[in-house]
Each structure stands twice: as structure tokens, then as C-alpha cells.
Write a protein that binds this ligand. Structure first.
Ligand SMILES: [Zn+2]
Length: 516
């Protein structure tokens, strides 16, 4: 399975960043960065200078060691299984299950699992619709529109972006800021933290331009692009025995370490621990496990992840979690802390790290991203190349960058109600078109974002307005996304195990296997 990657590396020995996003040396230097930022002018929570020191002037001993866990590409049962092998059994120091960030691309994604993963408290982020590097606006914004329509993710909660192949340009960053993203996480921190020239900066805003990948991205750095309040969360590489010449950024367990020719889990574990310790004993810049989970799947036919590698990764996390003040987090959780950096002594009361589970009656039959509630209520959208399930009604055609929110197919089932702007996902009943939130604690208001054609503002679900409880008896007050008046009745439930046997799904998975 690694052959294409090995070939690529062989063919492109002179480039530091290969086309698949892996790096072989520093992607920046202080000279190329030409970075300057005045911390007296650039202040939290809306501005943060690129710095190797912890935010808020905290001493490293008062700073948590964050391990960011991310996954990229399509969301399917087997990719979530793969992630769960590492996270489901763990707890953070406050007793809550760790959360992670899933950079989701939509080809071969099963929308209902996106809903489930989000409602379980994880972060859903954008990785373009069809997985293209240096993407045009419709690939970036269409991802938001389709995830909002078909997975019920509020627009305001899709905050982050990672470029496929980590291939981004200055224009990509500008597009993200224009579309009201909070952060990008495509840039590499490519020099070890204990090197005086390290580029392992804490997350920073682009008020004074980029400070990473300055040798790689034309027109970036030396003050550009200036995007006030827009964050970069660098991806922190691990380093093997070769130090700066031996970086491992994504899926380090797929790489041979120390210039060897074959993968050796023991050698990988060794350098992962050493890099972690350098962070932990230094300024505690975050470290990241940036995964393509399909490589670690034990439940996808044709992929046989080595059990020794899975055990090695768990061994690393076990070892890391035995140390004081180590937290496994999503990017959005990390960023909340950076914006408001409280010392470790106060972390147990820090709201963004607290347990979150929506208080929805377990006996309620409602298609809401909670498996026990939605059992039997999902729509099956039987597209030949990648069928999927959704709570929110099948589109008449597959979403595409040209048409990310096609009309709902209503020939075989009544139309469903898309998530409105004033109800949160677990409390929205898309079949009856009502919000089951009855207390202040579950109240929610989505934001509109300028992601429509020519920067037009769009509101949630293509519905264009709020659900209005006072008008509930007369029917929902919003215009359904297909423009037709809707009188919803329960459609036939079509839930079954989410297993895809189609040729398209197989090809799609193979596409993901060369590292994206
Ligand atoms: Zn990818």
C-alpha cells in the first residue's frame, strides 16, 4: 500500500515538501520569515504573535502539554473505528473523554457519521469537497454548505481548514479568512523545538503575516498575508535521530526512521517519545498526531493495518498520559486555551475542555446524531459510486462544488427539514421540523457566513431563516431548501449497518491510501 508514496519520494528527492505533504527538511528559516510582531500591540484573545513561548506569559510549568489529534479525508465507519482504537478508552486529567478534529472531505463520506461524530463532541473541519490542493473558493465553501445541509453541522462550528496534500497558497489563506474561518492548519513546524532556529510557534494570528513554510509558499511571510484575527495552528513534526534532517509530519508510523529502508515501530516510538519530551521539557508547544485513519483500519476490507503499529501508537499515548498535565485535544479546544491561557491549576474548570453530552431523552425517536435516538430514522441515499445515509433527506444528485446543496429528492420519501439557525443539531427533529430544546442550556443560534456566490451571506441549511416556535402549529416558518411547502411524515426507516460494497467506495478508499 505504501508503494506509490515510496515511488514519489524517490522521484522527488530535491523537494523539501513532496506533493503528498510529507517534508524532508526545514520549510522555513528566520531569514525567509522576516517576521516581526509587537506583543504590546498584538494582544489576546484576538491577536497573538508567532512565538515559541507560551501564550499569556505563562511559565512552561504552568502550561498543559497538549497532544492535538487530527484525522483527514472521508468519514466512514472504518475511519471512525480506526480513530476510536486510540481515543475511546482514554480520559483527560479532568475525567472527560478526549476530543479530536476531523478534516472532512466529502467524496465517499457518510454524512450521518459526520453528524454522530460532531454530536459526540468532536470538531468537524473542512478539507475541501473533492480533495484538491490550492483549492478554489467553491471547493472550500461548498464543503461548509454540504456539511450543513446533509450532516446538520452549524456553519459557525466549522471553524478550521486543512489543505489536501498540505498544498496551500497565500490565496488559500485569503479565501479562508474571507469565508470567516477561524483557522488554517496546513503549515509545518519543521525545525525541532530545541534548535535555536525552531519554527515551532504556538498558534498565532496572521495580523503580521505567516511565519511558517516561508521557504515553500510563494508570497507568504515577510508580513504577508496580513489577515487580522485569522489563526494558523502549525502542524508540529516529530524528528528522528537525524534531527532537523529527519522530520516526520503526518502518519509518522508509515515512515522508515533514521534513514532506514523499512518501517520499524520500535524506532518510531523511540523518536516520538524523544520529540514529545523535548516539547514537554521546553516551552510545551503542542505536539500532534496527524492521522489518515484509513491506514490504521482493521475493519476496512483490503486494508490490513499492522497490529504492532496500532499497539505502538497506543503505547505512545499511554506513556504520554502517565505524565502530569498532558491533554489530548481537538484544534478548537487548543485554540480556546491559547485565546484564554489559564494555568494548569485551573484547567479542571476550563469550559472548552469539559465533558459535553447533549441532554436528549434516550427514548425519543429523533434523527439527531445520537445513535440510540436515530436508529431506524436515517435516509439511505443510494448513489452508485458512494451511497450514504443522512438524517436530513437525500439530495436529488450528489453534492458537487458547482452545486453543493442540490434539491432534496422527494419522489420516494417526504422532504425533511434541514437544520435551522436557531436549534442545535442534537435537539433538531428533521422529520417533524421541530426543536425539542426546552431550556436555556440547549439554546443555540448559528451564524451566517459569506460563503455564497460572490461572497453572499448564507444561513444554515439553505433554509434562510429561523425555525419559529410560535408558528409551529401552522407549520414551520422557514422556506425549505427545495422551495416547496413541506408536510413531513415519517419516511420508512432504512438504517442498516453502514457497510459500503460498491466499486466506487473501494476505489475511493484506494485513492485515500496513497497519503493525502
Ligand atoms: Zn487529505
Amino acid at each position: 500500500m505504501m508503494l506509490p508514496f515510496v515511488l514519489l519520494s524517490t522521484l522527488l528527492p530535491l523537494l523539501v515538501v513532496a506533493q503528498d505533504g510529507s517534508i524532508s527538511g526545514p520549510t522555513s528559516s528566520s531569514q525567509a520569515a522576516g517576521y516581526s510582531c509587537d506583543p504590546n500591540k498584538c494582544k489576546l484573545p484576538t491577536c497573538n504573535c508567532a512565538s515559541t513561548s507560551p501564550p499569556g506569559g505563562l511559565k512552561p510549568s504552568d502550561v498543559p502539554q497538549f497532544i492535538v489529534f487530527t484525522a483527514d479525508d472521508a468519514i466512514q465507519s472504518y475511519t471512525l473505528d480506526a480513530v476510536n482504537q486510540f481515543l475511546a478508552q482514554r480520559k483527560n486529567p479532568n475525567g472527560c473523554p478526549p476530543k479530536m478534529t476531523y478534516f472532512t472531505s466529502l467524496s465517499f463520506t457518510n454524512y450521518t457519521l459526520v453528524t454522530d461524530w460532531y454530536v459526540a463532541g468532536n470538531e468537524i473541519a473542512d478539507h475541501t469537497m473533492t480533495h484538491v490542493g490550492t483549492p478554489p473558493a467553491d471547493e472550500i465553501n461548498g464543503n461548509l454548505i454540504a456539511l450543513n445541509a446533509l450532516a446538520g453541522i452549524p456553519l459557525s462550528d466549522i471553524k478550521g481548514f486543512r489543505a489536501p496534500f498540505l498544498n496551500y497558497s497565500v490565496d488559500t489563506l485569503k479565501l479562508l479568512a474571507q469565508s470567516a474561518f477561524t483557522y488554517d492548519s496546513s503549515a509545518a513546524a519543521s525545525i525541532p523545538v530545541d534548535d535555536p532556529d525552531t519554527d515551532a510557534f504556538w498558534p498565532y494570528t496572521l495580523d503580521n503575516g505567516m511565519a511558517n513554510d516561508c521557504l515553500e509558499v510563494p508570497g507568504s511571510c515577510k508580513g504577508e498575508p496580513k489577515l487580522p484575527g485569522f489563526w494558523e495552528i502549525p502542524m508540529y513534526a516529530f524528528f528522528d535521530n537525524r534531527g532537523v534532517a529527519g522530520p516526520h509530519l503526518m502518519d509518522p508510523w508509515l515512515d522508515a526512521a533514521n534513514g532506514q529502508s523499512t518501517v520499524d515501530d520500535a524506532a518510531t516510538l523511540d523518536y516520538m517519545k524523544k520529540t514529545f519530551t523535548a516539547h514537554y521539557n521546553g516551552n510545551r508547544q503542542p505536539i500532534g498526531l496527524y492521522t489518515h485513519p484509513i491506514h490504521l483500519s482493521l475493519t476496512y476490507p483490503g486494508v490490513n493495518a499492522p497490529k504492532s503499529t496500532i499497539a505502538m501508537i497506543n503505547n505512545f499515548l499511554d506513556w504520554a498520559q502517565e505524565q502530569q498535565n498532558v491533554w489530548i485535544v481537538s484544534n478548537e479546544q487548543l485554540l480556546e486555551w491559547v485565546k484564554n491561557p489559564v494555568p494548569v491549576s485551573q484547567l479542571n474548570d476550563f469550559v472548552p475542555l469539559k465533558c459535553s453530552s447533549p441532554n436528549v431523552d434516550a427514548s425519543m425517536k429523533i434523527c439527531n446524531g445520537v445513535p440510540q435516538n436515530e436508529n431506524g430514522l436515517l435516509s439511505h441515499c443510494a448513489f452508485s459510486d458512494f451511497p450514504f445515509y443522512t438524517c436530513y433527506g437525500c439530495p436529488s444528485e450528489q453534492p458537487s462544488p458547482a452545486n453543493p446543496n442540490p434539491p432534496q429528492a422527494t419522489s420516494s420519501a417526504p422532504a425533511r427539514h434541514r437544520l435551522p439557525t436557531n436549534c442545535s443539531t442534537p435537539f433538531w427533529d428533521p422529520i417533524d421540523g421541530k426543536c425539542v430544546c426546552n431550556s436555556d442550556s440547549c439554546k443555540f443560534t448559528d451564524l451566517s457566513r459569506p460563503i455564497g456566490p460572490n461572497g453572499a451571506n448564507l444561513t444554515g441549511g439553505g433554509t434562510g431563516s429561523d425555525f419559529n416556535p410560535s408558528a409551529a402549529d401552522a407549520g414551520p416558518s422557514y422556506v425549505p431548501f427545495n422551495g416547496a411547502a413541506v408536510s413531513s411524515r415519517l419516511p420508512q426507516g432504512v438504517w442498516s449497518a453502514v457497510l459500503l460494497g460498491s466499486v466506487g467506495a473501494v476505489l475511493g478508499a484506494l485513492g485515500v491510501i496513497s497519503r493525502l
